[in-house]
Structures are given as C-alpha cells and as structure tokens.
Ligand binder design. Structure first.
Ligand SMILES: NC(=O)c1ccc[n+]([C@@H]2O[C@H](COP(=O)([O-])OP(=O)(O)OC[C@H]3O[C@@H](n4cnc5c(N)ncnc54)[C@H](OP(=O)(O)O)[C@@H]3O)[C@@H](O)[C@H]2O)c1
Length: 322
C-alpha cells in the first residue's frame, strides 16, 4: 500500500480507501460488511469513509462496529453532516446547532470518542460560512474531531471559507471530497488547482463511475444480475450519470487497454485518478473482497505518457459543464 499526505497536513492516508455508500450497512449484511472491512484493513487500507445519511445512520453503525475491532490509531475515519436526518427543520444543513448535534449522534452510532475528519457533505446556502467554519473549530477544540473538510463544494467557496478561517483564527479546510473519474473530469478545471494552492487534499469518490469503468455493463446486453445497476435501490446515480450505450462501448475499449497493459480495468481507472498530485486517496465501494484485491493494484501502476494520451482520447475532458 502507498500512503499519501492529507493535503499540506500531517496525517497519511492509504491511496485507496474503503467507503460505505450503498454497501456497508445497506446491500451488505453485518457479516459481509465485516469481510470487506477486514480484507481492506489486511491489505493496508487505513482510510474509511462514511456519512450520517448512508442508510440513515446504519452505514455508520455497521462500519463503526467493524472498525472498533482494530486499534484506534491504525485507521482514519471520515463521516459527514448536511443531509436531512429527519423531518425537523434543524435536523439538516450546516448550522452550528446541527453540526454539534449531528456530530454527537454520529459518534454515538460509530461508538467512538472522536472522528478523524468531519465533513460538510454539500454546501448549505441557508447558513453563513462563518457559522459553519466556527462550528467546526469548536468541535476541534472540544476534541470531537481532528480535521474538517467539504464535499462537492465549488472552488471559490473553499477559498472563501479558508479566508474566514484565517480571520477567525480557526482551522482551514483540510480535505475536499469530489466526484472524479475518467467519466467525470470536471475537478480538473478549477477544483484541483485551487486545492493545490490552498493545501487542501482530495479524497475522490466514484473513481469507477459506480462500476461502469470495470466493463461489467456491455452494449446491447442485459444488466448483469446482482450488480449495482440491477437494483432500483442502488442504480439511481449510475443511471442518471453513466448508464448509456456510448459509455458501455468505451468501457469495453478501456478493458482491452487495461488487458494490453497486463492489469484490470478497475486498477487502471483508479491509477489514472491517483496520477494527480492533488489526490490524496481514491475511495472505493466494494460488494465483495475480490473487488478490493483487484482495485488496490492501482497503487503499483505507473502510467506512461503514451497511455495517458490514449486515455485522454477515449475519455476527453468535456468542453462544457461545471
Ligand atoms: N461525498 C459524497 O457525496 C460521496 C458520494 C458517493 C460516494 N462517496 C463515497 O465514495 C465511496 C465510493 O463510491 P462509489 O461506490 O460510487 O464508488 P465506485 O468505486 O465508483 O463504485 C463502487 C461499485 O462498483 C462495483 N465494483 C467495485 N470494484 C469492482 C471491481 N473490481 N469489479 C467490478 N465491479 C466493481 C461494486 O458494485 P456492484 O458489485 O454492486 O456492481 C461497487 O460497490 C462510497 O462508498 C462513499 O463512501 C461519497
């Protein structure tokens, strides 16, 4: 395994991390969840990602139960706040009230005294940035969290939050969690360069485009049973962002390119994300241990300029959008 710094900060995260959206505490029962967490840990993965909203707290409960089997200093855990956790007006968003109460509730479900990094899952236009920044600082001072971060925030909002942090004498954003893959290259435009300047690390999600880049969805063929694409409980984002004949066709060419390089498509897709110096880690989802074993091969892959050019041609940066 390779360990990379959290932006300009001191903590080191494995270049592949294990997430829990739609898998741990949802599609996987407790035993299957434990198997994936244990496999990841044994392969050297020290970084795990969850959120309060994953199956309304069940993701946190199950991943917390698994991680408590390991010494606390051997893993780094992110959880998140923002999504509605109930119908009440204050049970959502990034107000000081919800950040404080949300953190308490997450710690309780996880069975931990502190989380390594607490993350704003999305921006909250109804709360001033100053309130959110100072709420995170208060949690750091209270020993409930060590670092704080954001997910899918625009570049200019991260810059503004860090400027506010400097004014308040508060800790700035340590990490950003953007969607990033060969099929979703937008962070290259302004998010990565901004993070590079601000010393913010990036732990990217959906580097396999929900499985599309593994080549399992083939043009003209039915969706394979048991996959994320096969169930209405799990396929909404996959269908909205990636499930089309063009992506299926290109993913077959991608599988062939990976085979020509002597590797598998999943490892190649993640290695491509890891080529960026602004990327600390790629967070994978996995429904079977075998997938994790395949995916960690990414850390040993060096991509030549020739391969990068072929990938640019197959998956060009979109001209417009975001
Ligand atoms: N911050 C955010 O807003 C946000 C949003 C989304 C995700 N995340 C985090 O990022 C993590 C990863 O996201 P993701 O699940 O969308 O990532 P992904 O890695 O793009 O997709 C994971 C899915 O692809 C399939 N897969 C994985 N490895 C494979 C392999 N080697 N061969 C074939 N299929 C394979 C599995 O689905 P099947 O086996 O079911 O087909 C797996 O559940 C999440 O768990 C979560 O922690 C964060």
């Amino acid at each position: 395994m390779q360990y990379r710094p959290l932006g300009k900060w001191g903590a080191k995260l494995s270049a592949v991390g294990l997430g829990s959206y739609l898998t741990i505490g949802f599609k996987l029962d407790e035993e299957q969840s434990w198997e994936t967490v244990k496999t990841a840990y044994d392969l050297g993965i020290n970084f795990f990602d969850t959120a309060d909203a994953y199956n309304l707290g069940e993701g946190e409960r199950v991943i917390g139960k698994c991680l408590r089997q390991f010494p606390r200093h051997t893993y780094f855990l992110i959880t998140k706040v923002h999504a509605p956790m109930g119908p009440e007006p204050n049970n959502r968003g990034l107000s000081k009230k919800h950040i404080f109460e949300g953190c308490q509730a997450s710690l309780q479900r996880l069975g931990l005294d502190y989380v390594d990094l607490y993350m704003c899952h999305r921006p909250d236009p109804d709360t001033p940035l100053e309130e959110t920044v100072s709420a995170m600082e208060d949690l750091i001072r209270a020993g409930k969290i060590l670092y704080w971060g954001v997910s899918e925030w625009p570049a200019e909002m991260m810059v503004e939050a860090n400027a506010i942090a400097r004014q308040l004498g508060a800790r700035p954003i340590a990490v950003n969690e953007p969607r990033y893959s060969l099929l979703y290259r937008y962070p290259e435009r302004s998010v990565f360069p901004t993070c590079g300047r601000e010393g913010i690390g990036n732990v990217i999600f959906s580097g396999l485009a929900h499985g599309m880049l593994t080549g399992k969805y083939r043009p003209g063929e039915p969706i394979p049973a048991g996959t994320r694409g096969a169930s209405d409980d799990t396929n909404k984002v996959l269908n909205a962002l990636y499930m089309n004949e063009d992506n299926k066709t290109r993913s077959q060419q991608f599988v062939q390119l990976a085979a020509d390089l002597g590797t598998n498509a999943a490892a190649l897709a993640l290695a491509w994300c890891l080529r960026r110096t602004e990327v600390t880690s790629t967070i994978i989802g996995a429904t079977r241990s075998e997938q994790i074993r395949e995916n960690v091969n990414a850390v040993d892959l060096q991509l030549s300029d020739d391969v990068l050019q072929q990938l640019d041609k197959l998956f060009p940066m979109p001209q417009f959008g975001l």
